[in-house]
Design a protein around this ligand. Structure first.
Ligand SMILES: Cc1cc2nc3c(=O)[nH]c(=O)nc-3n(C[C@H](O)[C@H](O)[C@H](O)COP(=O)(O)OP(=O)(O)OC[C@H]3O[C@@H](n4cnc5c(N)ncnc54)[C@H](O)[C@@H]3O)c2cc1C
Length: 453
């Protein structure tokens, strides 16, 4: 009899695992099959329908929705659901994601433990629908947190016509991923839409007069959206006695301290690293599928590549550009809204930030991955020239990565016959969608090559 593989969570990592291992059981507490969380702000903005977010789930997967796991019984190898029923497993995979952090603002939570009626979280499709339904009845909104989620939500609300204000405790936007110059370009971009940004300010109290900040301002508002970050969802693992630090600790087989239990995605921690982005979550899901299929794997932690996505806003971060040691080569063009930065050590790119203009992302990622030793002029040359997004893509070598979310190379794209073929056989373009232009150019160049002259 084949092994019973049960997954707790039916989010982006679980969905990817099910695509690779079609016979698994997914227990998800949301009422929706796996969907693309990255595009929630596009639903809020109105450019995508909720249906367009669905991720393909094989018919053979046993998908149980509204199924919240409340306990893991390690000895019996069973999980217990909220309705007290039990599901047995041979291998359990924890893919419980992360939970939003509640900032310390007085008045946010009511006496009955529920959020104040003006306050919204933004993690799930249901959160998105609730917020979207409230927009037509509101004139203004405050977004608490100027990170990735905050930028996406503020953009969507501004486009929907609300006077939107962002409150960020740090000195600039997206401060966990980018430096002050890139932060300023992102701010200018939002301000063009009419958004007001308060940096270096914290919201401290919500009352009848509005949201009070620690700098003395009170922002009158109809809606407050919480986007102040998240932390790995570990309560279940902790109660089961698994080794948990910030995330659920896993080894090079993505296995927890219990040999029958694995963890992937936002909830997992390998070494000192917890991730929080789709590319590593999908990389881990792909590797674990191979491992559960009988292959040996050695996962040493994610190559940190993050593509952040909102309409007209493209950001890519390789490694940790704000903390990596090395010489910094930087080009900022606030007029065009682009910023590019490389951190180079001994001729090798050890980190990079690209905001606005991602035309060189393929080449830069390739040098970063291969640790290519560059000549003295090459880092500068790599950053020059605002080009259309897909320029330079056509000449990429076959092993250069084009889709960071699904880890797909130019060669694999060239081997496909159409965009549909690319989507179904490689899953490129189905994550953040940031590679779509590059994929189209590669396909176009391929069909031109195939056209007899
Ligand atoms: C609005 C938004 C925008 C984002 N934008 C980007 C972006 O541009 N780029 C990027 O790389 N990343 C982005 N992210 C982060 C990205 O979505 C996550 O890294 C990714 O979803 C991680 O996948 P996961 O499966 O680990 O977690 P999730 O996709 O969060 O799935 C976890 C699932 O497990 C369920 N669950 C938890 N506990 C239980 C339980 N006890 N029983 C049953 N089910 C349970 C949760 O409800 C959830 O459905 C964004 C996230 C959000 C919320």
């Amino acid at each position: 009899m084949s092994e019973r593989i049960v997954v707790v969570g039916a989010g982006m990592a679980a969905g990817r695992l099910a695509q690779e291992l079609p016979g698994v059981t997914l227990l998800g507490d949301e009422w929706h099959p796996p969907y693309n969380r990255i595009l929630l702000s596009a639903v809020l903005e109105g450019t995508h329908s909720p249906e367009a977010l669905a991720l393909a789930t094989p018919d053979r997967a046993d998908l149980r929705l509204g199924a919240r796991v409340v306990e893991i019984h390690c000895e019996e190898r069973e999980v217990e659901l909220a309705d007290r029923s039990r599901v047995p497993y041979d291998r359990l995979v924890l893919a419980t994601g992360s939970i939003p952090t509640l900032p310390p603002i007085r008045g946010l939570v009511r006496m009955d433990g529920r959020l104040h009626e003006k306050v919204h979280a933004f993690r799930t499709l249901d959160d998105c629908r609730r917020l979207s339904a409230a927009v037509p009845h509101a004139r203004n909104a405050v977004v608490v947190g100027g990170g990735l989620l905050g930028l996406q939500v503020a953009r969507a609300l501004s486009v929907r016509g609300l006077a939107t204000e962002v409150v960020e405790g740090g000195e600039h936007l997206l401060r966990s991923q980018v430096g002050p110059r890139a932060g300023a370009i992102l701010a200018r971009d939002l301000e063009r839409l009419g958004t007001t940004i308060y940096t270096g300010a914290r919201a401290v109290r919500l009352d009848d007069r509005g949201l009070r900040l620690d700098n003395g301002y009170t922002l009158e508002t109809d809606l407050v959206v919480l986007t102040a970050g998240g932390r790995p969802s570990t309560a279940l693992a902790r109660r089961a006695g698994l080794d948990v630090r910030r995330g659920i600790v896993v080894d090079h087989h993505l296995r927890t301290s219990d040999a029958h239990i694995h963890a992937i995605g936002d909830c997992a921690q390998r070494g000192a690293q917890v991730t929080g982005f789709v590319p590593p979550a999908w990389e881990q899901a792909g590797l674990l599928a191979r491992h559960l299929g009988g292959e040996d794997i050695a996962y040493d932690g994610a190559r940190t590549v993050a593509r952040l996505r909102a309409t007209d806003l493209d950001v890519a971060v390789l490694g940790d550009p704000e903390r990596a040691e090395g010489q910094v080569v930087e080009v900022s063009n606030p007029i065009a809204g682009s910023h590019r930065k490389l951190v180079v050590r001994d001729g090798v790119i050890v980190a990079a930030t690209l905001v606005g203009d991602l035309s060189r992302i393929g080449l830069i990622t390739q040098h970063y991955d291969r640790a290519t030793v560059l000549g003295p002029h090459e880092p500068g040359d790599l950053l020059m020239g605002d080009r259309p997004a897909a320029a330079g893509t056509v000449s990429l070598p076959d092993d250069a990565e084009v889709c960071a979310c699904a880890g797909v190379t130019a060669g694999r794209i060239r081997a496909c016959s159409s965009l549909e073929d690319v989507r179904s056989s490689t899953r490129a373009t189905t994550g953040c969608g940031g590679c779509a232009d590059a994929v189209r150019s590669l396909l176009a160049a391929r069909s031109l090559e195939g056209t007899p002259s």
